[in-house]
Design a protein around this ligand. Structure first.
Ligand SMILES: Cc1ncc(COP(=O)(O)O)c(C=O)c1O
Length: 392
């Protein structure tokens, strides 16, 4: 028993009543399928878009590096945690992203949550006033958290609405301080893309630093899976936990940027360095990913096949053009019921509800992976269509 247990349970039961309580439900993976609560399903809920989490080379190198170098890095990078392996993987990541340098973090969340305050501190240090941060309204929670941790008030533009962004940049043009535009290149809940060249042009016009989160584009989009921002962003951040099949994250950009972050990003400074097994998986993923053009083409083709089916039945998939296909349902309860019925039908999807998405836009998030064939996509599409009709 802890002193606060009565408060914890009261708060959780309020969530229960509101239908927003979450629980942890263990899964087991079996030959491309996922088993939960004794039910065997096709997994269209997770972000292993290229199936690399099961790739033999990633498994082998992770195991090999753990055997050779141990299970932990033992200290923060700035103490005695930096191994040759860290620099080797950072150099390989920088080459993959076409940047001068890269710096690794323990996770994407940790990167965004600590890089943002580090950058905001730069404005205060150099100009004496806070950074002006222009952010897409649908940016990931970790980016919002980073801004909150920096104590700045974001200037939010409507999702992917670059005219709105331009008008906000113009409105603030005379204000002192450094400025930064922050967005994702592929939005995690909508599966749509930002127009990175247009963002670069706006950033240039306003003298703003361009920060792009490539969590869902890395490995999947752009030439050889390098993402959508190569050569255009001042800072690219991405995760190794989604299409790269492992764990951890990177920030890629100039040498000066990476050096600055090693000195100022608290999530880098005060956290133990990534362990050898994780580095081995990232290293192998960087060897494998550029050669997966056929898998990328199949994945995007299957997503298009699914969207055509869903649209034919009158279902909306927002502005998705990627491997993430949202099926807009509207009310949270209905989305939950459709997701539960899909589980009965053998598909694990995830119902995304407010506050993760705006009110009235609860949805099923279908995250496809390159291993799905035409028959699987057709069965999935038919089940979604039938069940959204059934569940009024
Ligand atoms: C856009 C975006 N950025 C950052 C993250 C965090 O990455 P990680 O899961 O590696 O912590 C996520 C994870 O869902 C994400 O969708």
């Amino acid at each position: 028993m802890s002193l606060f247990d009565c408060h914890f349970t009261a708060t959780l039961s309020e969530r229960e009543t509101a239908g927003t309580r979450r629980t942890l439900r263990p899964v087991v993976r079996q030959g491309g399928m996922i088993v939960r609560d004794g039910r065997r399903m096709l997994d269209v809920s997770s972000n292993d878009y290229l199936g690399l989490a099961d790739h033999p080379l990633l498994r082998e190198r992770a195991a090999d590096w753990a055997l050779r170098f141990g299970t932990g890095a033992r200290a923060s990078r700035l103490v005695s945690g930096t191994l040759d392996l860290h620099r080797q993987v950072e150099t390989k990541m920088a080459a993959f992203k076409g940047c001068e340098d890269a710096i690794l973090f323990a996770s994407g969340w940790q990167a965004n949550a600590s890089v943002m305050p580090a950058l905001c501190a730069l404005s205060v240090a150099r100009t004496g006033v806070p950074m002006l941060v222009f952010s897409d309204r649908l940016n990931h929670a970790s980016l919002h958290h980073g801004c909150a941790a920096a104590g700045i008030r974001q200037i939010r533009f409507r999702h992917n609405d670059l005219s709105h962004l331009e008008s906000l940049l113009n409105r603030e043009a005379e204000k002192p301080g450094l400025r930064m535009i922050v967005t994702e290149s592929v939005f995690s809940m909508d599966g749509d893309r930002a127009d990175v060249p247009a963002l670069r042009a706006l950033a240039d016009g306003a003298g703003a630093f361009l920060y792009i989160d490539e969590a869902h584009a890395t490995g999947v989009l752009g030439p050889k899976g390098r993402g959508l921002s190569c050569g255009m962003a001042d800072l690219t951040m991405g995760t190794c936990s989604k299409a790269l099949g492992g764990m951890g994250a990177y920030v890629a950009g100039s040498k000066a940027l990476c050096d600055y972050l090693a000195n100022h990003a608290s999530g880098f400074i005060y956290s133990t360095a990534l362990p050898p097994a994780v580095l081995g998986a990232i290293d192998a993923a960087l060897d494998v990913t550029p050669g997966l053009d056929a898998e990328r083409a199949r994945l995007l083709g299957q997503a298009e096949r699914l969207r055509v089916m869903l649209h034919g039945a009158g279902l909306a998939t927002a502005d998705s053009t990627t491997q993430i296909v949202p099926v807009l349902i509207g009310e949270s309860e209905r989305a939950m019921t459709v997701a539960a019925r899909l589980e009965d039908a053998g598909f694990l999807t995830v119902a995304i509800r407010p506050p993760t998405v705006p009110a009235g836009t609860a949805r099923l998030r279908l995250a496809l992976h390159a291993g799905l064939d035409d028959a699987a996509i057709d069965r999935l599409g038919q089940a979604v269509i039938a069940l959204t009709r059934d569940v009024a």
